[in-house]
Write a protein that binds this ligand. Sequence first.
Ligand SMILES: Nc1ncnc2c1ncn2[C@@H]1O[C@H](COP(=O)(O)OP(=O)(O)OP(=O)(O)O)[C@@H](O)[C@H]1O
Length: 253
Amino acid sequence: MTLPPHVEPASPQLPVVELNEITRIFGKRSILESVSLRVEQGELFGLLGPSGSGKTTLIKVITGIDRADRGTVRMLGTPMPQLRMLQRFGYMAQSDALYSELTAKQNLLFFASLYGLSGARRKKRIEESMAVVDLLDHLDKPVSAYSGGMRRRLSLAIALLHEPALLVLDEPTVGIDPVLRQSIWKELLAMRSRGTTIILTTHVMDEADKCDRLGLIRDGRLTAIDTPEALKAKTGSTSIEDAFIVLGGGVRA
Ligand SMILES: Nc1ncnc2c1ncn2[C@@H]1O[C@H](COP(=O)(O)OP(=O)(O)OP(=O)(O)O)[C@@H](O)[C@H]1O
């Protein structure tokens, strides 16, 4: 596969993300328990699980925002957390990390400088990323005047800004209307076909169906990892929702 110049090929033997026996403890509770996972280059990997099952915690450990109590995390072969890896991945958190008093454009310029973007490429990428989320007409508006959905879209544009090798998205389409959700998914799938690796969490079952593989997480454990088709076949289900209930229910019982 020929990759565009911005997508850095991981060496064939190296996964983009490799988690080995990750445990995260808050207080006396194991929020993540012995989680191991490999995500390969160009994969669209979905994390599914009930509220409070540990998805966001896992994503924070992958990106180095949080630290595991036990186990190791590697991103593109580098042990995490590692400050210099900030430029290699894009992260969209569940709660938006935006400067409300600044305009969208000023927010984008701030993140562009963190990512080392400047000049013509910066201008082009700001326009392209804002076009994906349909916010080009709102570049000069202060974020304080944005709706909740617009903030989500701006957060996504920021995650895409530097065309990272890895995108990590925590519920990227919550609060986004169905038409725009479709066009965002079209863009995510296009990025994947250009070699970008994407890890996302979702509660939306038709989004889960679009993933190459899914990890089902329950009470901090990855209870199943497979393609949507294989998960359905294994559980004799016709939908991911049913497969998820069968697998999740089995664990809780
Ligand atoms: N900093 C923290 N201190 C203590 N407990 C925490 C902390 N962060 C998360 N938790 C707990 O860890 C558990 C998992 O939380 P997490 O946010 O990872 O779940 P989630 O699967 O992303 O949920 P949701 O789908 O609702 O976003 C929850 O019980 C939560 O209360």
